[in-house]
Structures are given as C-alpha cells and as structure tokens.
Design a protein around this ligand. Sequence first.
Ligand code: PLP
Length: 398
Amino acid sequence: MPLFKSRIKEALVRRREQGLSRQLKVLENSNGPLLRSEGSDFINFSSNDYLGLANDPELVDAWQTGLSQYGAGSAASPLVSGFSPAHLNLEAQLCEWLGFDRAILFSSGFSANQALLFSLLEKDDFLLQDKLNHASLMEAGMLSPATMKRFKHNDTQHLESLLNRTPQSLVVTEGVFSMDGDQAPLSQISKLTNRYDSWLVIDDAHGIGVLGEKGAGSCNVAQITPDILVVTFGKAFGLSGAAILCSAELGDYLTQFARHHVYSTAMPPSQAVALSYACQMIQTQEWRREKLFELGATYSEQMSGVEGFIETQPPIKPFVVGEAKTALSIAEELKRHQVWVTAIRPPTVPVGTARLRITLTARHTQKQVLQLTSSLHQAIERNIESSFESKIDTNNRA
Ligand SMILES: *Cc1c(COP(=O)(O)O)cnc(C)c1O
C-alpha cells in the first residue's frame, strides 16, 4: 500500500522536524508518589491520581474482592448480558451522591463524550463549546452532524452573543480545565443556558472527587445541576471508566442509542465493585482533600511572584514558560533533581504557551513539594542564564 506508507512516513518526519515527536516510556510505580525510570526514583508530579487512590491498598483489596465475587470479565455488552448487580449498584451510588436520576456507565471518558454528542445531536443543531474543552469533546463535536462553535475560554459574554443567535443549543464546558487548572464560571453559564432554552453539559473529569462538599465536584461548588454531567474515573477515582449522569428519560434514550454503550463490552463487574468502593472513599475520606489544599498552599507560597506561576484552586498547577524547547529543557533539568514533571507542548496547548503541568496528589509530602519548588527555582534560573548566554553568543558572532 504505497499510499498509506508514504503518508505515514511524511507525517512522522514532519512531527520530528517540528520537535513534537512523542515516545512511550516504560515507568514503574507511576501510580504512586515515587516513580521509577531506568533504575532511578523520581518524585512524580505528573499523574492525575489527585486523591492518591490508584495504588491504595484498601482499593486494591476492594477490586480483589470483586474479582472473587464476579470473576474476571463482564462477557458481554450491557444490553446483552453484561450488566451485573455490581454495575447497578455503582450507578445507584453515583446518582445518590451527585443528585441525578440515572447514570450510564462507559469504559472511558473519551467514549462517554463521543457517545453523548453523537447520540444527541442532529444536523440542524448548534453545539457551543469552550475553546479549551478536552480533545474528546472537540473531536466528537467536529464529527457530529451539528454545527459546532467555540466560545472564548470562560467568556460568558461571548457565549451569550452566540446563544443570542442560536438559542436551544447544546452548551458544553468542563468544570476544571485540564491544562490550566482553572474553573468555569458555572453558575453564570447555567443562568445563560436556562435563559436561552439550551442544555448544559459539564465534563467534570478534573473536579469530581477534588472539589465541593464530599468531593461532589464543580457543580456542587457552583450550586447548580446541569442537564448532563460527565464524570470520569481515571483521575480522582484512581481507576478508569466514566459515567453520564442525567434524567431518567435521557438515561433511557442513551441506553437505546448511545452506540459506545450498546456495542461495547461492559466494564468488568469487579471494576464496578472497585469504583463503588472508591466512591465511598472519596465521600468519607475528607483528609485527602484537606491534604491536597495544604500542599497547594505550600506550592503557591513558594512560587507566587515568579513569572509563569499561575494560582489555581485545583491540584493542577500549570507553570507557563512559552516555548516548547524551554518547557522541555526545564523538565529535563528537573529530572536531574529527581523531580518528574511533564512538559506540555502544542498541539495539546496553543503555540507560545508551552508549560509544565504540575499535579499534586494527596500522597505527596510537604517535603516533596518543597523539593519541587526549590528545583523549579533553580531550573528556571539556569534556563534564563543559558538563554542569555546563547544570545551573547549570537551577538558576538554577528
Ligand atoms: C481525561 C479526560 C477525558 C477522557 O477520559 P478517559 O476516561 O481518560 O478517556 C475526558 N474529558 C476530560 C475533561 C478529561 O480530562
């Protein structure tokens, strides 16, 4: 197939030339505070396991209990025969906790978002999305038959001007934005969607478990109930999968028409058992959220005033450096200090806003956060010096 071969080769060369090639890296213990790479330990500030549940012995036990009770796989899609008491129980728990009538389970947040937008939207519909929404939402919107418009990030005036032209739209935003750690103005957005007879979808992948009373998320903080709430289990739950929370009627509709639900094998029942257990841990173990906010305060104290620092409430701490190369070189320098932080580059974030995406988890210690901040100070300083030197160098040559 020469066509596909040459296409693949060209795309890979282009990626490399742009310096944007990415590689899979084998890491050990990466679901804990100390990850291991090529024989060395690093303090891990790059996981989304905000509450530190991903390797919690209690949760591991719960999954093992589920395995003994239900065996390994679900053996079918939910409508055929893959829906067990464990799945039903998880759905019921989510509904009670978050205040909805129905919850529909999916194997990932990516598929939940696709299933939702594909099954709900038709040709003459309008879909309005925050410009910084997650790739799964953007891609689903572009592939859907609806007309998609993006409103400026967290800009309710811009959103209103769009709603004014196209009332009865589907408005989609995140509660907490994954690359910026900032929060959407949900109560204002909710007022707007009500005023313009529109529906509001909130993807709270990064807010659920972390924010709000008993970890009920961004909507609890804003005191609103959206028409549709998407929660994912790969972040604060420490597991994987997702749920769409909604009315009984929409739940029935999704059960019939959400293709990623109908035609995909149900998650293993043992995983549903573990997720139910994580649900309980999230609601009852308040200390995890308290710890996160204490660590966040230490980070802010140490970094505020430094160019690139951004104050956030959630445990996502972006440190914006601008150029992709700078982000990479600071991340490399941090590794020499045994600190593991991910450099986030375009196309994941806009050109010129490459950053370090630092995430805190409830399993970090104050000491580890202090090691992060002192290493970061040093790495930034070295980087400023070396870019200064290379400038002198160029000047001398000229
Ligand atoms: C991570 C994430 C998803 C995707 O969820 P997965 O379960 O990892 O597929 C969807 N939306 C947002 C906002 C996310 O951050």
